[in-house]
Design a binder for this molecule. Structure first.
Ligand SMILES: [Zn+2]
Length: 67
């Protein structure tokens, strides 16, 4: 009887932890990352790729040498 109670509490705690983890991960994901060059916000998956091809990224000028 008390074992079932413990099991139920453990299950509730595990669910709460999982929920908090998902909430935290989701908050981080929607927060995004700000481009250091143009200041726009992008998702964490896209920010590094965007910064490489950002229009305001002067470090990448070697790609425009043909001009
Ligand atoms: Zn940018």
């Amino acid at each position: 009887m008390s074992k079932n109670m413990k099991l139920a509490i453990n299950g509730t705690v595990a669910l709460l932890l999982l929920g908090a983890l998902i909430w935290f991960a989701w908050g981080k994901k929607t927060e995004g990352a700000v481009c250091v060059f143009c200041g726009k916000t992008f998702s964490h998956e896209n920010i590094s790729f965007h910064q490489l091809s950002c229009e305001d990224n002067n470090v990448n000028m070697q790609f425009d040498r043909s001009r």
